[in-house]
Design a protein around this ligand. Structure first.
Ligand code: FE2
Length: 271
């Protein structure tokens, strides 16, 4: 009999339906909405000049490794720097330390059902490296181009593992995940590196484009979890529907392995 672990080894991803209850989905959505409600956008977008704005934006991103920070959709602002829609419909994602700084998300992220499941894929002593709440807004949520998570969170040892929790149904229309089954057997194409001066650069090892014709949609019901291998090529398209596609994600590794020191997310914030 093929076990879940063998499926995961073969495909580079695993879908587990009904992993979290409706109640839990509701609780996480409600908590995210409350965090967005309390968030004051202007604090995060002091705009003095384009260059200054870019530096501010980059620092806000780097600081998000140990904070709860809010990131807007690319088209969220009009020419006069005003939000085009109500704030809660303009947020792209919240990250990257909800699992540390918010009690509701922390309790869920560290729950035994997650740590038990991770044992099936050889992670017996998980260390959560980052968390994200992704809104994928109705008619507005942008595309996430094809990538491997190890590009952003490189681990010496078993590659970073993504856990993707569907808090709402994810369909082709509202921007579900797509992946290349078995694509994790290939090599890492690039790495995002944080230099000593905090400059972020990308090292490219393989400039060839992804064969997007091999992508298949991973449509899942609310409550499902998708486990994603760090080398699996995956993406999501724009949300062209009238329904949002909220999801919560965790990136975990085994404590036995070494998190690369030149990742954008730095070791010293990960106590
Ligand atoms: Fe990803």
């Amino acid at each position: 009999m093929i076990t879940q672990y063998e499926n995961y080894q073969r495909d580079g991803y695993l879908i587990i339906e009904d992993f979290i209850s409706d109640d839990m989905c509701d609780r996480l959505i409600k908590q995210a909405n409350q965090l967005i409600e309390k968030f004051e956008p202007r604090k995060s977008r002091a705009i003095f000049s384009t260059k200054h704005h870019e530096l501010t934006k980059q620092q806000y991103f780097l600081d998000s490794g140990d904070n709860i920070h809010f990131f807007f959709e690319e088209d969220a602002f009009d020419d006069k720097k005003n939000l085009r829609k109500e704030k809660k419909f303009c947020i792209n994602k919240i990250g990257h330390a909800l699992h540390k700084h918010d009690n509701i998300f922390a309790d869920f992220s560290r729950s035994s059902m997650i740590t038990d499941m991770l044992k099936n894929i050889s992670i017996t002593d998980p260390r959560i490296m980052q968390s994200m709440y992704i809104c994928k807004q109705a008619n507005f949520g942008g595309e996430v181009t094809c990538h491997q998570d190890s590009t952003f969170l490189y681990v010496n040892g078993q590659p970073i593992t993504g856990l993707w929790f569907a808090l709402e149904d994810a369909t082709i229309e509202n921007g579900c995940l797509w992946a290349i089954p078995g694509g994790h057997h290939g090599t890492l194409k690039s790495r995002m590196i944080r230099k000593n001066n905090n400059e972020i650069v990308t090292d490219t090892y393989d400039p060839s484009p992804w064969d997007l014709t091999k992508m298949i949609p991973l449509e899942v019901k609310r409550g499902s979890m998708i486990v994603i291998h760090g080398l699996l090529p995956h993406m999501s398209k724009e949300n062209i529907s009238t329904r949002s596609r909220h999801a919560y994600t965790l990136h975990v590794m085994s404590s036995k392995d070494e998190f690369a020191k030149d990742n954008w997310l730095q070791q010293d914030v990960l106590v």
